[in-house]
Design a protein around this ligand. Structure first.
Ligand SMILES: O=C(CO)COP(=O)(O)O
Length: 249
């Protein structure tokens, strides 16, 4: 009942030429109707991506947004601007934003609200560091990141969120969480969501991210509480990304 979602987060990578290649590849190959795919290129490429992917089922996503609707925020992009380019999903709380740009739980909540205000679906990223995992605090850290947002949302807003579990130690390291490790955390997140609402817990999609590749995606996606992937490095290679999308469909 939960349609898998594969989202490709290009981070600060890619070129216009790569956008064109993705457009061609997805137009030629198509996608199973049983999977949703979103590409999240850097903001300057959104217009080109909207053109290149317009004839394909691939949706557009963005990597961040400012919590304010407009104003004196040099360098920032608002949710309304993203929406004008057909963006459907926007990452919020990615660990790189949390660590490199000091976005704390309060900032993450503000961005979730801004996404909703602009009609976008936030993809709320959660994840523990290696030190937190090794000291046995993974679940407490991840659930507290979840609660920092969900405690403050109403029923309708909670229903309009995608969650991505991305253990920081697995991002860009080639060290993927094992399917069992990922499933255990996803199950813990879903159980906690059930405290808010049982129906919500059954409905919300939980993506896994962290060194997801063409050769490990199928096993991860086969776990009962993993409803898709948030793919970094492998989303920059068209064949690899297509293969991951196909293993979800
Ligand atoms: O951070 C990620 C996606 O948001 C994961 O990146 P990698 O797939 O490169 O590990």
């Amino acid at each position: 009942m939960r349609m898998p979602l594969i989202a490709g987060n290009w981070k600060m990578n890619g070129t216009l030429a790569l956008i064109e290649r993705f457009g061609q590849a997805f137009a030629e190959t198509g996608l199973a109707p049983s999977v949703e795919v979103a590409l999240m290129p850097p903001a300057p490429y959104l217009a080109a991506a909207q053109d290149a992917l317009g004839a394909t089922p691939v949706m557009l996503g963005a990597q961040t947004l400012n919590p304010e609707p407009s104003g004196a925020h040099t360098g920032e992009v608002s949710g309304a601007m993203l929406a004008e380019f057909g963006v459907r999903y926007v990452l919020v709380g990615h660990s790189e934003r949390r660590s490199l740009y000091h976005e704390d739980d309060v900032a993450v909540l503000a961005r979730v609200r801004a996404a909703h205000g602009a009609g976008l679906t936030p993809v709320l990223c959660l994840g523990e560091t290696l030190a937190e995992r090794e000291s046995g605090h993974s679940e407490a850290v991840v659930l507290s990141q979840l609660e920092a947002v969900f405690d403050s949302l109403d029923y309708d807003a909670r229903g309009c969120v995608v969650i991505a579990y991305e253990p920081v130690w697995a991002i860009g390291t080639g060290r993927t969480a094992t399917p069992a490790q990922a499933q255990a955390m996803h199950a813990a997140i879903r159980t906690r969501l059930g405290d808010y609402d049982v129906d919500l817990a059954a409905r919300l999609r939980l993506l896994y991210g962290g060194s997801m590749k063409a050769d490990n995606a199928a096993e991860l996606l086969a776990q009962p509480d993993i409803d898709g992937g948030l793919v970094g490095g492998a989303s920059l290679k068209v064949d690899d990304f297509l293969a991951i999308c196909q293993s979800a469909g």
